[in-house]
Unconditional design. Structure first.
Lengths: 262, 395
């Protein structure tokens, strides 16, 4: 079984804010890491390969330094990596990102199964998997907690909905997004780190894609646009309780009693 | 294509450094003595707006064909249901859609997909002008390919202006699938929605993974898709009379989807989303044992204990008790947070609560920006006192 796992490099810190005076974004620290949700997808892929053979490749899109996230996946056991990096991919929204990834996946090879994390910690949209499947013209299932059965033709997966759990049969090729805590991801191995040949990461640009129309990528290929960014609204209708802790507690209890909350 | 143009002739050493510094994504770099913008660029345009004047400009896309927005009418709500009951988020979206359509004179409609239309009529009591129904035995359980085909058929025939989808696991699977098929915008987890006179839907959500909100529009394509979580908006009261009509739609030829072998109802966990009162533990709680005091307080108030992401990550609390973008969205009558800093991802999951009380030792904590009642104190002092005084008041 040949599996492709899509991963993303995300900021390690969520401490990004807008300077209220200048309107400039401030990001504390430039540390990055692999999107934690992707670890479950990668682990699921590695376990499938361990059982059924085949290959696990990893794909990402990002700036040149996103190569590190592919290497990290390879230290965990992935075989080959592909980085999609091009100035023309910049400013992509969900549609353009998913389309770029689908072109990258096609350029990289033929896969039976594509796995993604259920969402990223920086975008939190949980949409790229479904959109990518649409662009590839294959079926998809989101929030997969387990693979129940694997056959030559496909697999039975357990899908987590809010009120229900589905057991459904998917035919190859298909794309799954993997639920958080679906498994316990392995750690990168020092031994693999010594063995992995960084040349197994292929760097791709738009020139390597089947669709060469630049208006399908990046900002031009994005139907949505950010009109404005702003700091979260402050609540002006605010009451500040002061005094000692006991005085504050008294005032709060009085307030709650007044509102019939106790 | 639209792009950021670097006017190298205007850029001296000083401007160079200023521009490199201003980019929050580190996308402006110096290569061979010249500035370049890498693919880390998120097109936030800060370099254009706040950087040295004229150095980088945004060149608009002029060739994009404009669509005639007046041909795309009505705001549609995807009527998710489980065969017995419509999902509560649907009623909330109907109320919001009513609000959005007021100034543009569009109707509020719903699309119902299932093996029967039983229950669809109920939506007419919650503000829907028309409920379009697609019924077929093959549509009994959710499977993304047939469902997406139905929505595609609906959009081809009715050309809606916007489509509001609940941010449920089904909504997040189906919505993006059909948005991609039509190459139109889909904005996830909106926390506010506004309508412009030109029918552009302004979708507001936390962005860039930080303490930042973004106004997002889909200016050149239709329909405009967005998802919204449960309890972000409020449903309107049920009206006694049904106000609109049901319209049965012919089901198009359906593609074969994945086969659903079994559907098991989950045991209903006590959900923090259903509680009227929530006590929330944040990172200010020092040890897992200390949660007991907070749980007692929650019991006294007839409520439940919830928490922030770090406590779930530490294994102190189960994931279903987490509030925020990666947890649940809640809207209780009363929420009291203890030692919660108030990151925007957390606030997005609770800020529409009726009464928000925050206790934190840091007077600058952002939780105080959303709180109605701010108590700048140590939770370890306040909690026992509060518990004691509530007991006295109740006695």
């Amino acid at each position: 079984m040949n599996i492709l796992v899509c991963i993303k490099q995300v900021p390690a810190s969520s401490n990004v804010r807008v300077d209220p005076v200048t309107g400039v974004l401030i990001r504390d620290g430039a540390d990055v890491k692999m999107n934690p949700y992707d670890l479950f997808a990668l682990e699921m892929a590695l376990q499938l390969r361990d059982c059924f053979g085949g290959k696990v490749d990893v794909l990402t899109m990002g700036p040149p330094q996103a190569k590190d996230v592919l290497l990290e996946a390879m230290y965990m056991g992935a075989d080959d990596g592909m980085l999609l990096t091009d100035r023309r991919f910049a400013g992509a929204d969900v549609v353009a990102t998913s389309y770029t990834l689908s072109q990258g996946a096609t350029a990289m090879g033929d896969y039976d199964l594509i796995l993604c994390g259920k969402q990223t910690t920086d975008g939190d949209t949980a949409q790229v998997g479904a959109e990518m499947a649409e662009f590839l013209g294959i079926d998809h299932a989101t929030n997969v907690i387990r693979i129940e059965r694997v056959t030559d033709a496909g697999l039975d997966v357990i899908v987590n909905f809010e009120q229900e759990v589905y057991n459904q049969t998917m035919e190859f090729p298909c794309l799954l997004t993997v639920e958080k805590d679906a498994n316990v991801p392995r750690l990168p191995s020092y031994k693999k780190k010594k063995q992995v040949d960084p040349a197994r990461v292929r760097i791709c640009t738009l020139d390597d894609f089947a669709d060469q129309d630049a208006t399908h990528y990046g900002l031009s290929g994005s139907p949505t646009s950010v009109e404005k960014i702003f700091p979260p609204e402050k609540n002006d209708d605010r009451m500040k309780l002061s005094g000692t802790a006991a005085e504050c507690a008294d005032q709060l209890v009085a307030l709650l009693a007044d509102r019939r909350l106790i | 294509m639209a792009y950021l143009k670097i006017n190298h002739e205007k850029i001296g050493a000083e401007e160079k450094q200023a521009l490199i510094k201003i980019c929050p994504f580190g996308a402006i770099v110096e290569e061979d003595g010249k500035l370049n913008i890498t693919s880390a660029c998120k097109t936030c345009k800060l370099c254009v707006k706040k950087g040295p004047a004229g150095c980088i400009e945004f060149v608009e896309d002029e060739t994009a064909p404009a669509i005639d927005k007046s041909l795309w009418r009505d705001v549609i709500v995807f009527a998710e249901h489980d065969g017995a009951q419509v999902h509560p988020v649907v009623l909330e979206l109907l109320a919001k859609a009513k609000d959005l359509t007021k100034q543009i004179g569009h109707r509020v409609c719903a699309v119902w997909i299932g093996d029967s239309a039983e229950g669809a009529e109920e939506l007419l009591h919650y503000g829907a002008d028309v409920v379009y129904t697609y019924t077929d035995a093959a549509l009994k359980d959710f499977s993304v390919l047939p469902y997406a085909r139905v929505l595609e058929d609906f959009i081809e025939k009715k050309k809606p202006c916007a489509m509001l989808v609940g941010a449920t696991n089904i909504g997040r699977s189906l919505g993006p699938r059909i948005a991609a098929r039509l190459r139109t915008g889909m904005t996830a987890d909106c926390t506010m929605l506004e309508m412009k006179d030109n029918t552009d839907l302004v979708q507001i959500r936390p962005a860039f993974g930080g303490n930042i909100m973004a106004r997002i529009v889909t200016p050149k394509t239709r329909p405009q898709f967005c998802t919204v979580r449960e309890k972000v908006f409020s449903a309107q009261e049920r009206t006694d009379a049904a106000m609109g009509e049901l319209v049965e739609m012919a089901v198009p030829e359906l593609p074969e989807g994945s086969v659903v072998n079994s559907v098991v109802k989950k045991e209903k966990l006590q959900s923090i989303a259903d509680a009227d009162v929530l006590v929330v533990a944040g990172r200010g709680v020092k040890k897992q044992e200390d949660l007991e005091e907070l749980r007692k307080l929650a019991d006294l108030l007839g409520g439940q204990l919830a928490c922030t992401r770090p406590l779930v990550e530490a294994g102190w609390m189960p994931a279903h008790c987490q509030i925020g973008l990666s947890g649940r969205t809640v809207k209780p009558k009363l929420i009291i947070t203890f030692g919660v800093s108030g990151a925007v991802q957390f606030a997005a999951g609770m800020k529409s609560s009726d009464l928000i009380v925050a206790v934190n030792t840091d007077p600058a904590a952002s939780i105080f920006d959303v709180a109605h009642v701010a108590i700048n104190a140590d939770l370890y002092e306040v909690v026992p006192l509060l518990a004691q005084k509530i007991m006295e008041a109740q006695a």
